[in-house]
Design a protein around this ligand. Structure first.
Ligand SMILES: [Zn+2]
Length: 362
């Protein structure tokens, strides 16, 4: 921790003096001042302490340094450091006005994250979760995805703190295009810059899927079947049960391969499984839930409002496309087939057919 009390006030570890006793502001136990060559100055509890803070994993140097740097990023004078909030039994790294700033470097479960965010809500506070280098290395993975924000002006966004550059990195407008995660990024020096940026982000790119991207995704599926990728074989099996080949899925699945991070990288497979499950009189809801479950779509995004809607809307769009092409009708929540959807025999037949089309079908 960065702050401790002496007799009458809070003192930061960098200002603390040797030979003076400092105490934990929460448990009131005496603390050790640590000021070595390797780690940023900080206070630590003695071993066997039962304090809430001591129970948390030992703070990494990255966390200590980042916290100190973020203090300057926000506004050193008006920011509380490690202020304990007894009502919710939480201690945000930093607190400025009604915003808790958390510099997250260590792993945290989805459940714990949601509890902490809800704790702040209880006090009518917002929380800004800023991630450390271990998360940055895993960008695009499940452990990082739970920190997605949705911000109207810049779309799906994740925040990182770069200790070496002393800057906030904002990765925004995150979307999957043909199974690949695309994003824009900006580095910021001050909280005020972030606020200006969110109000006026200037260029927000509009992503498009290309013929090249579509073909490379088809090739990837074909390769994964060839190398017996277990997950792909499981999906292939779903199609086999309907006498279809996953590599020969109808073109309607390939249109608009751009989607949000909640639907994620398996968007194409998800659409293929939906189209393959459409049968006379099948319930829409069953087909939807089956596809979500098969590709493992998660809905638990504590920093996104109505996360489920991002998946539902993609489903509606696909169904609408099938209806306007006069392939299906929907009545009372059930599918009715007007005509058979054309599947290709295999990857090669589909490729041949693709090469005779022009780019405009996508
Ligand atoms: Zn303590």
């Amino acid at each position: 921790m960065l702050m401790a009390s002496d007799k009458d006030r809070l003192v930061s570890a960098s200002e603390a003096k040797e030979g003076i006793k400092y105490y934990c502001p929460i448990c009131k136990e005496a603390l050790i001042l640590k000021r070595g060559d390797v780690n940023a100055p900080h206070f630590a509890h003695y071993q066997n302490s039962k304090c809430l803070i001591a129970m948390e994993d030992g703070e990494s140097n990255e966390h200590l340094m980042g916290k100190e740097q973020l203090l300057n990023f926000i506004d050193k004078r008006n920011t509380h450091v490690e202020k304990y909030l007894p009502v919710i039994n939480q201690r945000p790294d930093l607190m400025y006005q009604r915003i808790a700033f958390e510099f997250q470097c260590s792993p945290i479960s989805r459940k714990r994250l949601r509890q902490r965010i809800e704790g702040y809500h209880q006090l009518h506070m917002k929380s800004l979760w800023i991630l450390g280098s271990n998360y940055r290395k895993r960008f695009g993975s499940d452990s990082v995805n739970k920190f997605y924000y949705y911000i109207d002006s810049i779309g799906f966004t994740i925040f990182f703190w770069l200790v070496n550059e002393r800057k906030l990195e904002v990765r925004y407008n995150c979307q999957y295009v043909c199974g690949k995660l695309k994003y824009q990024r900006i580095l910021l020096n001050k909280l005020s810059e972030l606020i200006i940026f969110i109000h006026n982000p200037k260029t927000i790119l509009k992503y498009h899927s290309s013929m090249h991207g579509v073909i490379s995704q088809l090739t990837k599926i074909e390769n994964q079947i060839f190398y017996r990728n277990q997950q792909m074989l499981k999906w292939q099996n779903v199609c086999y049960n309907q006498y279809h080949n996953i590599s020969g899925a109808p073109f309607v699945c390939d249109i608009k391969q751009v989607t949000n991070p909640i639907v994620g990288r398996n968007f194409l497979i998800w659409k293929i499984l939906i189209v393959s499950s459409i049968k006379e009189n099948a319930r829409l809801l069953d087909v939807y839930e089956f596809a979500n479950q098969m590709v493992g779509i998660k809905f638990d995004y504590p920093l996104v409002n109505n996360a489920k809607d991002y998946v539902k809307n993609e489903f509606k769009l696909l169904i609408k496309r099938l209806i306007t092409r006069k392939i299906i009708q929907v009545k009372n929540g059930r599918f009715h087939l007007i005509r058979q959807i054309k599947w290709f025999e295999d990857y090669y037949q589909k490729l041949n057919e693709l090469s005779t089309q022009n780019n405009t079908i996508f």
